[in-house]
Design a protein around this ligand. Structure first.
Ligand code: 13P
Ligand code: ZN
Length: 270
């Protein structure tokens, strides 16, 4: 059996969460990541028959039975993951009943997965239904995204348009736009269901007054989506009230054309 600390997926979790902390997106225990793993790869590092304990999921995850994820722990600080992955992360497999998770590694102090597990698992189901290459769900609390969302209506077309108008990269990186949910109680199945509904259409979903979800086929895609929204929201907020130049819709369309992207319909007037 190989040493799990050397596993690429553990290295990626350590590196990514440390980066997110340094970006200022994940104060205290803010933020969480779940990453769908390849069973044969995990089998090189862990005995897949050795279930340490089972943890109820609190919802029906039947669509993910047998799937294995590495998931950040609830209450755990991103800044501490790199130095102690085995306490702050866990590797879980969705059990045959679809309502329990089998712990294969981690949560060494008796902990469990993030309180946002419903939103993560339901989002995986939604993204996999539209993109079989999907693997990562990433949630965080980036400051300018939350600030911008505070001063904008809960309207995803309007929010997306403002982002596209503020930074020429935006339409190229997220032509599919950004979904926006109203303020809701987090950590619940309800917010999970609402998030997953948006995830059928978007790779990015903002939770009003709370933060953002980014998804992707790998860490770079999920991280890069959130990073580009946050950078753009920063530009928007720094210029707020003083804006003279926004990117015209015609140029947003031409930028998308240049990169062979199709902007979400119904936003640009071209
Ligand atoms: P967890 O510590 O349970 O992951 O919660 C953090 C968070 O960001 C809640 O939305
Ligand atoms: Zn959060």
């Amino acid at each position: 059996m190989k040493n799990i600390m050397e596993a690429p997926f553990i290295r990626e979790m350590r590196k990514t969460t440390a980066n997110m902390y340094r970006m200022g997106w994940d104060e205290r225990n803010g933020g969480n990541i779940s990453y769908l793993l390849d069973e044969s790869e995990v089998g090189e590092y862990l005995d897949l028959n050795n279930v340490l304990r089972t943890i109820p999921t609190g919802f029906d995850a039947s669509a993910l039975i047998g799937k294995i994820f590495v998931v950040t722990g609830t209450g755990k600080y991103f800044k501490n993951i790199d130095e102690d992955p085995e306490t702050n992360l866990g590797i879980v497999r969705i059990g045959k009943d679809g309502t329990t998770a089998e712990l294969l590694w981690g949560y060494k102090d008796g902990g469990k997965f993030t309180s946002e597990f419903p939103a993560h698992m339901m989002s995986h189901i939604a993204r996999l239904s539209v993109d079989p290459a999907h693997r990562v769900v990433m949630h965080s609390h980036p400051t300018y995204t939350i600030a911008m969302n505070t001063v904008c209506a809960v309207d995803e077309n309007e929010f997306t348009h403002k982002l596209w108008q503020s930074n020429t990269e935006a339409v190229v990186v997220f032509p599919d736009g950004v979904g926006v949910l109203p303020c809701m109680v987090c950590g619940t199945n309800e917010i999970g269901i609402a998030t997953a509904e948006k995830m059928k259409e978007y790779r990015l979903v903002v939770w009003t007054n709370h933060g953002i979800y980014g998804t992707g086929k790998d860490m770079d895609e999920a991280f890069g989506l959130i990073e580009t929204v946050e950078k753009t929201a920063q530009i928007y907020m720094l210029a707020l009230g003083q804006t003279v130049n926004v990117i015209p819709d015609k140029i947003i369309q031409e930028l998308a054309d240049l990169w062979h992207q199709t902007p979400k319909a119904g936003i640009l007037k071209v």
